[in-house]
Design a protein. Structure first.
Length: 879
RNA sequence: GGGCAGGUAGCUCAGCGGUAGAGCGGCAGUCUUACACACUGUUGGUCGGGGGUUCGAUCCCCUCCCUGCCCACCA
């Protein structure tokens, strides 16, 4: 043991005064990996604790959102190890269909001026894999920098061979169950990515535009016109009817008649006027143009009235020949301008009314989606009822609870999921056609088989791939082998952002219920969204998103983690402020120096038990505060309140341990009677502080754990501390309060804090006399003496432990101080009178419960004391 | 149009029936025998507006106003 201590002392004294995270973090992370600390053993007898990482996109780089999310998971994992669990934190990445394909296509275009079609499917996919191998690991490396304790040997990718096979098996299974079907439906089409999207991938944004009013002529009624309002005049050429509400008295009589479509000019077809309840007669003119090929509502109206469908657009959003010669080839937005122009020329444009409406945008490409009729694969969700009740009945608990309602509402209004994507990068749909090849524009197939392998000669596979989330929804169980599932499924908790509650959380619950007959996780913790100081979402285009790696380089991973945790209230959005990270770093440094200080006092006793010694009031006080902090931390973990955990640690370490306990302890080191107990308390507390901190600040706690010699193994397998049930020690608080008052007295005279003064204390209590040394140290006094009576020419301040006196002769200049003090006194006098008046006149206070009155009394006491101090100070200066 | 969250000191946030707190910043001192990434002291708030319940409201109720998110086929 002696050797270890000697080594520690050398080690610490060689280290800089300030904590330098870089070398420490690298060293320990390498060591943890080497020792296999993160490896989960499915055959362990310890209780299981498991999580699956929300797989980041392979194309991704670490954002603050990832930092938040993964820090929380790491905290939970490390705490679970400390509380004796076998921990599995399963990492991996997502192939992210559209995102990845887009990145590679963009590069291809830039570097080789080619499109994916120039390469062909096979070659293109080879390029994507190549890209993935080269750049796909970036985010994983970054997570390691953060300190994440994932079991890296189990890293999975959603396109791993086994995983991919499982995805296809699930497709086949659901197909056979009749839940997956193919159909020609109105889908959300992205004209840039050239694929269908699910409803969840469409985000509506308010857009300023115009509501264009134009007239159409009623056929057979000369001079009769209908006025139609539309935001999309470019679709007029695809109109196949005009609809009014049958209960609308203005128009009901026209149902059955027809109007003349104004565009295209060469094909001004006659359109029937139909009656349909979907028409809102409050909106616009109450007359709706019906374009079944380019609007979801219109499509449904079309179905009800058996209207023809004229698709006037190409997949890329340009107009086709059916739009007429004036429009063919134009982009949809150019066509809009052109259509308005044509209407004006025809003299039927009535007016353009500014109008704001919600337009659906493709989440990825950030362009308005186009409702488009196409042949796609759809899934009728399995286990929706069970998934709903699992959360309702708290088989799965959400933190914060309010997301339960959001989840429930979505499941209650669930629509079939469009799962096919017209991409190449992804899981190929395991469906085969004989004869005609399948295509998204969709002609009927003569023969269809749903199976993974080709049925043989002459069969062609469906060219489409599956929505990325169709693979992600199996993540909780398909990333595990049988033994792992047996031990670790269902997982303990899922930590994720609320933005993917529908995309991922809800679907994973359904998949878990369908394929494991068990929910995939017990708890779901939803983090907040990180915003900048102005409350804006972090985004690349705004340039308001700091690079977490820069932050780690500047402040250390621990500083970043701790700083972020302190400002991350439960599930509330977080306003990011670099200052908070600076504070995180400062905190680590504070801890570091507290430990350095301890090492300077002699050997550390790893198994120190304070109760073997006579303890000072400060030691007792600290031990009781430590218990309090532990209780708060426990309750914080129970409710996933990470900011509370971090804040408790911050306060305890900085204020209680450093500011008061260590400062008071300095008095004990020269007192053999007290030294042992104080050091034992310090060792005991430090050991627990490091353990409690380890989940949040893994690196510095590990470094100090070894630096102080608390153990030879990693801190993360030490035992988590439990509260001892100590009793509070009120005497210490009295001393601290008194010291603060006395310091204020010193400041009252503008005396610098490093100026050693001679203090006197008049007290009636014996125990106070035995704490004089400590009080002297806390006051940075030259001397402190007990006196029986008030000395002459001394300032005085009454405190809970007695009256402090400060002899002023030769210490301050009387004439300059007098004026200032008199001014102060006037202000305080006013406060005292205010409280006195309240106590005397307020009718409620007269009959109030005791705590109210005592509160007022306390205020009065405080102010009176302050006044006394000033008066004493003034008097002490003489005339 | 519906739903949810939030609006407390200059900033980030606690408090959620007893008369408002912390950290940081600011200000003034200090390199006081671990830490200037520090120490000591101190200044900051009609707790978004307006009503109501109550002896008493930042906290409960109503209403309005802002901010942000989610959902919804109003062209």
């Amino acid at each position: 043991m002696q050797g270890i201590f000697a080594q520690n002392r050398r080690l610490m004294s060689e280290l800089a005064k300030a904590y330098e995270p870089q070398a420490v973090e690298e060293k320990w992370y390498a060591s943890w990996l080497e020792q296999g600390h993160f490896v989960a053993d499915p055959f362990s007898t310890k209780p299981a604790y498991s999580m699956v990482i929300p797989p980041p996109n392979v194309t991704g780089v670490l954002t603050l959102g990832h930092v938040l999310n993964n820090t929380i998971q790491d905290i939970l994992a490390r705490r679970a190890r400390l509380t004796g669990h076998e921990v599995l934190w399963l990492p991996g990445t997502d192939h992210a269909g559209i995102a990845t394909q887009t990145v590679v296509e963009r590069r291809l275009r830039k570097e080789e001026k080619k499109t994916r079609h120039d390469l062909g499917r096979e070659e293109f996919l080879r390029r994507v894999w190549e890209w993935k191998e080269r750049h796909g690991g970036i985010i994983i490396a970054q997570l390691k920098k953060l300190g994440c304790s994932c079991d890296w040997g189990r890293e999975r990718f959603t396109m791993d061979e086994a995983y991919a096979r499982k995805v296809q098996e699930v497709f086949v299974d659901l197909y056979e169950k009749g839940l997956i079907y193919r159909g020609k439906r109105m889908v959300n089409w992205c004209p840039v990515s050239l694929t269908a999207l699910s409803d969840e991938e469409v985000i509506s944004k308010p857009q300023k535009g115009y509501l264009y009013h134009f007239r159409v002529e009623v056929i057979g009624e000369p001079g009769a016109f209908l006025e139609i309002a539309t935001t999309r005049p470019e679709t007029i050429m695809g109109d196949t009817a005009v609809a009014v509400n049958p209960r609308d008295p203005r128009y009901a009589h026209l149902i059955g008649k027809s109007v003349r479509r104004p565009l295209p000019i060469e094909n001004r077809a006659a359109l029937p006027i139909v009656g349909d309840a979907a028409v809102d007669f409050e909106f616009g003119t109450g007359v709706l143009k019906v374009t079944p090929a380019h609007d979801k509502t219109d499509y449904e109206i079309g179905l009800r009235h058996a209207l023809p469908i004229i698709d006037i657009m190409n997949p890329d959003g340009t107009m086709n020949e059916l739009a007429g010669e004036d429009f063919a080839g134009l982009d949809r937005f150019e066509a809009r301008v052109e259509a308005v122009e044509k209407l004006r020329e025809l003299g039927v444009l009535v007016r353009e009314e500014p109008h704001e409406s919600n337009v659906g945008f493709s989440e990825r490409a950030d362009v308005p989606i186009e409702p488009r009729l196409s042949e796609q694969w759809f899934l009728k969700y399995p286990k929706t009822g069970e998934a709903r009740s699992a959360v309702r009945e708290r088989l799965i608990q959400f933190f914060p609870e309010r997301w339960e309602k959001v989840y429930d509402h979505w499941l209650g209004n669930i629509q079939d999921w469009c799962i096919s994507r017209q991409l190449w990068w992804g899981h190929r749909i395991p469906v085969w056609y004989k004869g005609v090849s399948g295509s998204s524009t969709g002609e009927a197939q003569s023969a269809v088989r749903c199976q993974i392998a080709s049925p043989g000669e002459g069969w062609t596979q469906d060219p489409d791939v599956l929505d990325t989330w169709f693979s992600s929804w199996l993540w909780a169980h398909e990333t595990m082998d049988d033994a792992t599932r047996k031990k670790f499924y269902p997982t303990s908790v899922l930590v994720t952002g609320p933005d993917i509650i529908f995309f991922w959380v809800a679907r994973m619950i359904m998949a878990g219920l369908e394929y494991m007959h068990e929910v995939p996780f017990r708890h779901v913790y939803f983090t907040g969204i990180i915003r900048d100081k102005q409350g804006r979402k972090m985004s690349k285009s705004l340039g308001n998103s700091p690079d977490p790696l820069d932050l780690i380089a500047k402040y250390g991973a621990d500083g970043l983690r701790f700083g972020l945790m302190r400002i991350a209230p439960q599930g509330q959005d977080i306003r990011f402020d670099e200052q908070q990270i600076i504070e995180g770093r400062n905190f680590c440094n504070k801890l570091w120096n507290a430990c350095r200080f301890r090492l300077l006092q002699g050997p550390v006793d790893a198994g120190a038990n304070p109760w073997d010694h006579e303890l000072s009031i400060f030691a007792k006080d600290l031990l009781s505060k430590l218990d309090g902090a532990m209780a708060r931390i426990e309750s914080g973990y129970a409710g996933y309140r990470f900011s509370e955990i971090a804040q408790t640690l911050y306060d305890f370490v900085w204020a209680e341990f450093c500011d008061w306990f260590i400062e008071a302890a300095k008095a004990d080191f020269s007192d053999p009677a007290r030294k042992a107990g104080t050091l034992a308390t310090m060792d005991y507390a430090l050991r627990r502080i490091l353990l409690l901190l380890h989940p949040v600040t893994p690196f510095v706690s590990e470094e100090l754990w070894h630096g102080l010699g608390f153990g030879s193994g990693s801190i993360q397998f030490a035992e988590w501390p439990r509260a001892k049930g100590t009793v509070p020690e009120p005497k210490a608080a009295k001393v601290f309060g008194a010291v603060t008052t006395a310091r204020t007295l010193r400041a009252t005279y503008n005396l610098p804090s490093n100026k050693r003064l001679r203090w006197l204390l008049q007290t009636g209590e014996d125990w106070v006399n035995s704490e004089l040394t400590a009080v002297g140290v806390l006051l940075n006094a030259e001397t402190i003496q007990s006196v029986d009576a008030r000395p002459a020419h001394a300032a005085a301040c009454p405190t809970e432990i007695g009256v402090f006196f400060l002899p002023l002769e030769g210490v301050v200049d009387p004439s300059t101080e007098r004026n200032r003090l008199e001014g102060e006194m006037a202000k305080v006098q006013a406060e005292v009178q205010k409280v006195q008046r309240k106590l005397a006149t307020d009718s409620f206070v007269q009959n109030a419960p005791p705590e109210v009155v005592s509160d007022h009394r306390k205020r009065l006491e405080t102010w009176t004391a302050r006044l006394e101090t000033l008066r004493g100070a003034r008097e002490a200066l003489g005339e």
